[in-house]
Ligand binder design. Structure first.
Ligand code: AMP
Ligand code: MG
Length: 422
């Protein structure tokens, strides 16, 4: 009897033989997902945060012609003198108004930034480095000129035929500007994923309802909705589903096969009203259901019909941790993105952090530079999985490896800045 009790891990134990590691979970998730196939053509202004479905090749040289990087005079480097030399100004080249004369020996052309460098010229001397005659017909140059300086070659940014942006990129304002610079008005992106979610729990109340003793407002619906909004997917909010087998089964069947992914929160532990895992087992299949992490160990991943399924834990911080560490990677790969892992940096902890070996912990921290310009991190108060303020105040996760023990002030730790995740 005693032996039996010891074999059953509880949620407060850190080692648990049934849990898989973070790396195993990520591998299982990524290897069970192939990117969606369907694409659509959208105007580039509507393509922010959409995933590029093709390699975009340039049909032009950018810049289209050799042009000046500065205001000055276009000269031929053969005319750079041993000491000083006078050159005759034979024309003017402005951005959008090139000068059609080509320069000959002893001549130059006044040129503005962005203007085409005329034939015969290969160098621009900036105007501060020349002396102009009263009539401005002549300039005096000296020997301190580097041949080829201040000239941008045609195709220097992107050569005609080169890949400008690779398939799988989540388009940013810079990408959209780049597409515009190539003269591309519409771009082929993957269709948006359809993702449904619901909360479970009889204690959950919607905003506007009165809280009775023991009730809580359903905050997961709001964090999930907004985390999904950031990923630019089509969202189907299925509300709160009651903690009984019939209601949950009905909700599962409504979503199965209709959306690309179903996400639930709550009801995945081993408590009396935790039916999610049983229902998934019955109508779909479970890939894994426990990961050695804190918070968020009871995380269920599987499939029901063609719909991928994530059963996130109920605690508000666990929802956010499991979403960012696992669900978001899945969504990104599914949506066609080729880069989905969070950025990890090293920082010096200024707090003591409690930690037992057995699980990877994602504590919530605030990172900043100290007066010596070193990156430091401190924890945001109590770290309970229900304390959403610990997430709200944080700007990073402090990631403590599975076998690590407590952290002392001065120790180096890994952090994932929210900027690189959220
Ligand atoms: P569960 O995983 O269903 O056992 O829930 C664990 C804890 O998270 C309980 O204290 C729940 O009241 C709380 N919880 C579950 N779902 C939500 C939700 N949608 N919003 C806020 N708290 C929740
Ligand atoms: Mg519950």
């Amino acid at each position: 009897m005693r032996e039996n009790i010891e074999k059953n891990p509880s949620c407060v134990d850190d080692y648990d033989r049934e849990s898989i590691t973070t790396e195993e979970a990520i591998n299982k998730i990524l290897s069970s997902i192939s990117p969606i196939k369907k694409t659509e053509l959208v105007p580039i202004r509507e393509s922010l945060n959409r995933v590029l479905a093709i390699d975009v090749k340039s049909t032009i040289n950018v810049p289209s012609a050799k042009n000046s990087a500065m205001d000055g005079y276009a000269i031929n480097s053969k005319n750079i003198p041993k000491k000083t030399k006078t050159l005759k100004v034979v024309g003017k080249s402005l951005a959008g108004k090139p000068c059609n004369t080509s320069i000959k020996d002893g001549q130059c052309v006044k040129i503005m930034t962005g203007a085409v460098v005329p034939d015969g010229a290969d160098t621009v001397v900036i105007q501060e480095h020349v002396e102009t005659s009263k009539t401005q017909n002549e300039i005096l140059i000296d020997n301190e000129i580097k041949p080829g300086s201040n000239v941008r070659e045609a195709g220097e940014d992107i050569a005609k035929g080169a890949i400008a942006i690779k398939k799988g990129k989540n388009l940013t304002p810079a990408d959209i500007g780049l597409l515009a610079s190539l003269g591309i008005p519409k771009v082929e992106v993957y269709r948006k994923l359809k993702i449904a979610f619901f909360s479970t729990g009889d204690e959950l109340r919607s905003l506007g309802e009165k809280l009775n003793v023991g009730d809580v407002y359903d905050s997961n619906r709001y964090t999930l909705y907004t985390m999904l909004s950031n990923l630019n997917v089509e969202i189907f909010d299925m509300g709160v589903v009651k903690d009984d087998k019939e209601s949950l089964t009905q909700a599962f069947n409504e979503a199965a096969g209709e959306v690309d992914m179903l996400i639930t929160s709550g009801g995945v532990s081993v408590g009396e009203a935790d039916y999610i895992k049983d229902i998934l087992e019955k109508y779909g299949n479970i890939n894994f259901w426990k990961v050695a992490i804190k918070p968020g160990r009871p995380l269920t991943f599987g499939k029901i019909k063609s719909t991928l399924f994530f059963g996130l834990p109920g605690n508000p911080v666990s929802v956010m941790v499991t979403f960012y560490q696992f669900t978001q990677l899945a969504i990104k790969k599914f949506a066609g993105e080729t880069s989905y892992l969070p950025i990890v940096l090293k920082a010096i902890s200024t707090s003591s952090l409690r930690k037992k070996p057995g699980r990877v912990e994602y504590q919530r921290g605030i990172f900043e530079k100290d007066k010596n310009n070193n990156l430091t991190v401190r924890k945001t108060g109590p770290q309970g999985s229900g304390i959403l303020r610990s997430m709200s105040e944080a700007n990073c996760f402090i990631v403590l490896p599975i076998d690590s023990k407590e952290v002392n002030p001065g120790d180096s730790v890994d952090i994932q800045p929210f900027e690189g995740i959220i």
